[in-house]
Design a protein around this ligand. Sequence first.
Ligand SMILES: [Zn+2]
Length: 107
Amino acid sequence: MPAKPPGETGAGKPGAKPCPICGKPASGATLPFCSPRCRDVDLNRWLKGSYVIPGKDGEEDAEDQVARMLEDAGLEKVRVVPLVPDARAKGPGLFVATGEKAKKESQ
Ligand SMILES: [Zn+2]
């Protein structure tokens, strides 16, 4: 039988995951962090908003963008309806956009 590939984690016990803050092997009551200090560092990052939690705000911005583009193109009464209500969906959303072409009467 072939031996284990050399790429496996050599440091620490098997199953020990590195601390996400400093990279040391984490263990004990402070998992997944190596120490209470690193746990506090992570908590502070959350409190300061360093971590961005994906929400629904992006969808509304995209809708406004589409509506503005259509209005810039000369359409009136622009309605933008999202097709994908799944909040977990990522990437560009799908919309149905309707509008009326502004009539230009010759003067
Ligand atoms: Zn650490």
